[in-house]
Design a protein around this ligand. Structure first.
Ligand code: NAD
Length: 294
């Protein structure tokens, strides 16, 4: 039986770890706060009291952490993943972080005899619950092949996109498209409401045409109801748009719409809405139009 050390049992990591346990993996979970670990135990996993405990017995370690400094600390720290890895450990980082942090981790992992892939995911909380994530993988062909059984358990579309860090670059493009689309859906909703149109009917017909997209399908109803429980927190999307902007600058690429939506997301975070779902871009569009209701 393959033992998987899973570190970071939040909105995404919790259901991913549960799906691995359900599929027969021996999952040892560690999270900074205990309730997430208790939940994993109820779902068939085992508890670790530290990173070291989650890693020492593991054949595979998965991390699903918020940001680059978290991954750097957990992977490279004095009592972190590399420090406790058994020979030939396969380390899969599913967090969305800066490509350069991924490359640093990959270099140090290589020197420590640890195989590593970056495997950021898309598909949201529901995708994680359903085991239907889209996963963009960076690393060698051999390490991708080794990671595939685990990744295919938590995901539906698992694609090798290039060497270490390439997964993060593709994920940055994903976050650019998602933010821009959310903003346009938010603008369309406020526009339709201002015209007194039946918005449910409008979204239904828009979904069937060229304007159809996954944001409309998955978030449209909650946006109409002004339900902004995360989901994906604005503060995390703010982090991702920082990655997008830095990467675009590095490549000499201009992203005018990406920069605009980045500013709007930054504004929501600055005023204290960072804990809301990213679909709360709608609140700002309403306010900019003098139409705020709540
Ligand atoms: P989250 O905040 O819900 O989960 C992160 C978990 O990591 C928390 O439970 C936290 O306690 C734990 N943690 C933080 N630092 C830790 C440490 N040093 N040691 C142990 N545990 C630690 O975040 P999330 O929404 O699950 O997102 C995780 C990652 O996945 C982020 O990089 C995010 O950008 C990405 N992501 C999220 C979504 C989504 O819809 N939520 C979708 C795709 C990708």
């Amino acid at each position: 039986m393959t033992t998987v050390g899973f570190i970071g049992l939040g909105i995404m990591g919790g259901p991913m770890a549960a799906n691995l346990a359900d599929a027969g993996y021996d999952v040892i979970g560690y999270n900074r706060s205990q309730p997430a670990v208790d939940k994993l135990i109820q779902q068939g996993g085992r508890a670790a009291g530290s990173i070291a405990e989650a890693v020492r017995e593991a054949d595979v370690v998965v991390t699903m952490l918020p940001d680059s400094p978290d991954v750097a600390e957990v992977a490279l720290g004095d009592d972190g993943v590399l420090a406790n890895a058994k020979d030939n450990l396969l380390y899969i980082d599913c967090s969305t972080i800066r490509p350069e942090t991924t490359r640093t981790v990959a270099e140090q992992a290589g020197a420590a005899g640890v195989r590593v892939v970056d495997a950021p995911v898309s598909g949201g909380e529901q995708g994680a619950i359903d085991g239907a994530l889209s996963i963009m993988v960076g690393g060698s062909e051999a390490d991708f092949a080794a990671a595939s059984p685990v990744l295919n358990t938590v995901g539906k579309t698992v694609v090798h996109v290039g060497p270490a860090g390439a997964g993060q670059t593709v994920k940055a493009a994903n976050q650019l498209i998602v933010a821009g689309t959310l903003e346009l859906v938010a603008e369309a909703i406020v526009f339709l409401e201002a015209h007194g149109v039946d918005t449910e009917a409008a979204l239904q017909v828009l979904s069937g045409g060229l304007a159809g997209n996954a944001i409309l399908d998955r978030k449209g109803a909650a946006m109409l109801a002004r339900q902004f429980t995360p989901g994906f927190r604005l503060e995390l999307h703010h982090k991702d748009l920082g990655i997008v902007q830095a990467a675009a600058r590095d490549a000499g690429v201009t992203i005018p719409l990406g920069s605009t939506v980045s500013q709007l997301v930054g504004s929501l975070v600055a005023r204290g809405d960072g804990g809301l779902d990213h679909s709360a871009l709608l609140k700002l569009v309403e306010e900019l139009s003098g139409r705020a209701t709540k």
